[in-house]
Design a protein around this ligand. Structure first.
Ligand code: UDX
Length: 406
């Protein structure tokens, strides 16, 4: 990313939608600041996949960075090409020795909620302490090391992780600790305790979703999407299909190609169910999510609670039905339902009756109305944080000053 004043910052996201989006947002914000400071006017196995990415990217990234940093001949050229720092995702653990050898300051961008980032380093310890097996009576107990998760959430997290990941987590911790700073996509209003497109190949989503939403009544549509990574089983797909169909609520449902294990897309949904679904809703392979959540027709979001999606929903004041599947999603869902109280938790019951019941509560009952009121307030608070002198705004000022100081 190059600024008009010649100062450059390298941004290096993981090639995952949930990581690319916040990095692009950060790039836009940095790029929009004219002059980085007043004085400086010149300046299916995610773990395996991450390991492979780190191994494969190190060498080409080193070559590219070295080339970029090679001293140009003239002073003017040098100023034009001045690179002040590297901003990378926390999972890029090879960057520490590389940046050090090139004498390049590093900042770490984390795509999860700040409290998850802080808490998840306790996972190796929890595993060592043999947290498992879990008795029925302790399911709802809070986990001191990882609030506000409950033991049953951590049980699922630990179940998902392996010792290989523990070692990887330690490397992330060290890589972050030795960096020049950590950037979160959050604000005090959402993270007070911790902050002291796979684009569809088949259609242009703008052409399909938005005009359809334009025809729906205000706040009538339930949006359903599980981000860019989650996969579900065939039977879960069918339960969601029946739940949506039985709820009689209009819906917009994103099913990515390959999201359902073992099948191509949605071909297993029986003809009779498809007919009912087509009457009341729309199934797409990808949607322009932020635009969708902003649309006046949207009244709720059945979500996996990836952090980007959770923040986007809060920012647009869309109440959630939470169905977390992996990793930080369990914690985000607890915040949405138990702390902010702006959503309902499905508690992993991917059953047609339960999905129908939740949708009805959210759209038709007093409890849903109360949730809607609370998320409106949270939306306003978060909205204020990005305005001048708001908490997120001030943090960005500090970040810009910090980058300018390198
Ligand atoms: C992953 C992890 O799953 C998540 O838990 C972690 O917090 C970040 O990394 P992902 O699964 O992709 O992210 O979820 P999320 O963080 O919600 O990001 C998805 C992004 O893709 C959002 O910005 C969303 O707006 C966008 N999206 C998703 C679309 O634009 N269209 C879609 O149809 C679906």
């Amino acid at each position: 990313m190059e600024k008009s004043n010649g100062l450059q910052v390298i941004l290096f996201p993981l090639p995952l939608q949930g990581c690319i989006n916040p990095m692009i947002q950060l790039a836009k914000i940095l790029h929009s600041r004219d002059g980085l400071s007043d004085t400086e006017t010149r300046s299916h196995d995610i773990n395996l996949m991450l390991t492979i990415l780190n191994e494969k990217c190190e060498s080409p990234f080193r070559d590219c960075l070295t080339k970029l940093l090679q001293s140009p001949d003239s002073e003017t050229e040098r100023k034009k090409q001045m690179i002040s720092c590297l901003i990378h995702d926390s999972e890029w653990i090879f960057t520490e020795p590389l940046a050090k050898s090139l004498n390049l300051p590093r900042l770490v961008l984390n795509a999860t909620k700040a409290s998850f980032f802080r808490g998840h380093f306790a996972l190796p310890q929890l595993r060592r302490e043999r947290y498992l097996p879990l008795q029925d009576s302790e399911q709802e107990d809070p986990v001191r090391q990882f609030p506000p998760l409950r033991k049953k959430d951590v049980y699922r997290l630990l179940d998902e992780e392996s010792e290989v990941l523990d070692a990887y987590l330690n490397r992330i911790y060290d890589t972050t600790k030795s960096s020049s700073g950590l950037i979160f996509m959050s604000c005090e209003e959402l993270d007070q305790d911790s902050l002291t497109q796979d684009t569809s190949r088949f259609s242009n989503p703008n052409e399909t979703c938005i005009p359809w939403l334009d025809k729906q009544e205000d706040r009538s549509v339930i949006y359903v999407s599980f981000g860019s990574l989650v996969t579900i089983s065939e039977s879960e797909l069918l339960e969601i299909a029946w739940g949506l169909s039985n709820s009689d609520q209009p819906f917009l449902w994103v099913v990515r190609v390959g999201m359902v294990n073992g099948i191509k897309w949605i071909e297993v949904i029986p003809e009779e169910v498809m007919e009912r679904l087509n009457k009341n809703g729309k199934i797409v392979k990808w949607a322009p999510q932020q635009e969708v959540l902003k649309h006046q027709a949207i009244g709720g979001y059945l979500t996996h609670n990836g952090w980007n999606s959770t923040v986007e929903s809060v920012c647009e004041g869309v109440p959630m039905i939470c169905l977390p599947f992996i990793w930080d999603q369990f914690l985000n869902a607890r915040f949405v339902c138990d702390i902010w109280r702006v959503g309902l938790h499905l508690e992993n019951r991917i059953e047609r009756n339960e999905i129908e019941r939740m949708i009805r509560i959210l759209f038709l009952e007093a409890e849903g109305e109360a949730i809607r009121d609370r998320i409106e307030l949270l939306k306003e608070k978060v909205g204020r944080s990005v305005k001048q002198n708001g908490s997120a705004y001030q943090c960005l000022e500090i970040l810009v000053d910090h980058i300018s100081s390198f």
